[in-house]
Design a binder for this molecule. Structure first.
Ligand SMILES: *Cc1c(COP(=O)(O)O)cnc(C)c1O
Length: 417
């Protein structure tokens, strides 16, 4: 017997759960790509994307994933031989650095390990030491999805300003966009990259690069930019047909239209508040499991340094692998593998797992997922503290206590702030 039949739940940190409304919008014949509805629809996406990133700046849409957006951001700003500074806090920080290296950049790494955020003072010291202003850009991962570390992007802007350093501030928001609070303009971010399949709730396949006027000037001074990655035509409404460098990603655009309507219908502040509450419910359960002889451990100790998109955990002696397998085969919920926390193939690789809680998730999904994990720990005989589910429901109950029955979901979420 298995209890996994029923609607499966993919609780990995991307791709995230796709709303039925997004999928339904994509289920239609291909449109004429040269004129009419799809052209107007695409133009209308731009202001709504800007509102999610909290910027009045530009946005270029690419047919590609987050890796494509990484490369696009660099291709427009950093020429071979130029220097980038990369404060890394997990596998994704190193991944973006590797992408820069592949484009011929001189990469200066600041490695802050896998469980703690970047130290703005160390970034400031590196900038101060760069008296010749060779560093062209600082590449910050807002949320490193492998470690679930949340970095303070605004603190890096403050460091740049204190030193008077002209480098561009770039932020990888693939995991955090529409999940964790991100304020591109208020935080002085020059370039932000995102992708469709996490907080934006659309299948993988679209990459987004937001950029400031300052970044546009840096682009204009580049000796050359590869045609496909060049963001200038993509961000220019007059050159609409070239947004795509070929055929438009028609069905992704239909899906994105609906996803943006959902996000703005809820309100971006309410979206952030929902993720905040659900993340705190996950943390409360995980902390309870780790007590009373329990071996489960949250990768990031300080709540202020934890992402609201994903939680990385350690369950030693292969417990993480066993638990993931049990949850998928016995309860229909798939948890994320550990990424970059141990050598691939080493015995420790099965000691880490991740819970994704980004995008189209609500209280019953998260509480159900936590219930499955609780049952799995019991069924597998893995040592764990008790009271996890009560701790999680306490969080949900407390933030919703003031909401009246029957109030619209968006009002309830707003009240949760
Ligand atoms: C998922 C992710 C990426 C990579 O995105 P892909 O679509 O898998 O290429 C990059 N950075 C962060 C922070 C991510 O979460």
């Amino acid at each position: 017997m298995t209890l996994s039949q029923g609607r499966p739940y993919l609780a990995i940190p991307g791709p995230s759960v796709m709303p039925d409304a997004v999928l339904a919008a994509m289920h239609r014949p291909a449109p004429n790509i040269y004129e009419g509805e799809i052209v107007e629809l695409a133009a209308g996406l731009i202001p709504d994307l800007r509102a999610v990133a909290r910027t009045k700046g530009h946005v270029a849409i690419y047919i590609g994933n987050g890796h494509a957006a990484w490369e696009a951001a660099l291709a427009n700003t950093v020429a071979p031989g130029e220097t980038v500074l990369v404060p890394a806090t997990g596998r994704f920080g190193h991944g973006w650095a590797d992408m820069a290296q592949g484009l011929g950049a001189d990469v200066h790494m600041l490695d802050f390990g896998k469980s703690t955020p970047l130290d703005p003072a160390a970034v400031e010291a590196a900038l101060r030491a760069d008296t010749g202003h060779k560093i062209k850009a600082v590449l910050v991962t807002h949320v490193d999805t492998a470690s679930s570390v949340l970095n303070d992007v605004a603190a890096v802007r403050a460091a740049l300003d204190r030193v008077g350093h002209p480098a561009l501030l770039m932020a990888d928001c693939v995991a955090s966009m529409a999940v964790d609070r991100f304020e591109m303009d208020a935080w002085g971010v020059d370039v932000a990259v995102a992708a469709s399949q996490k907080g934006l709730m659309v299948p993988p396949g679209l990459g987004f690069v937001f950029f400031s006027d300052k970044a546009a000037q840096v682009r204009a001074a580049m000796p050359r930019v590869s045609r496909y990655w060049d963001w200038a035509p993509r961000a220019n409404p007059e050159q609409f047909y070239q947004y795509w460098g070929g055929t438009a990603p028609t069905h992704h655009l239909y899906g994105l239209r609906v996803a943006l309507d959902m996000l703005h219908g809820e309100g971006i502040e309410a979206v952030w508040a929902r993720h905040e509450t659900l993340a705190r419910a996950v943390w409360a359960a995980c902390e309870a499991w780790g007590q009373g002889g329990g071996t489960l451990r949250l990768n990031v100790a300080n709540t202020a340094h934890r992402a609201r998109a994903v939680t990385a955990l350690c369950l030693p002696q292969g417990g993480a692998g066993q638990l993931r397998k049990w949850c998928e085969t016995q309860a229909g919920v798939t948890l994320g593998i550990g990424l970059g926390m141990a050598e691939p193939g080493s015995p420790a690789a099965d000691d880490f797992f991740r819970i994704g809680h980004m995008g189209h998730v609500n209280a019953h999904m998260v509480l159900g997922m936590l219930g499955a994990v609780d049952a799995g720990l019991k069924a597998l005989g893995l040592p764990h503290g008790s009271g996890a589910l009560a701790a999680a429901t306490d969080v949900v109950a407390q933030v919703t206590a003031g909401a009246t029955a029957g109030a619209p979901a968006s009002a309830a979420a707003a009240a949760a702030r």
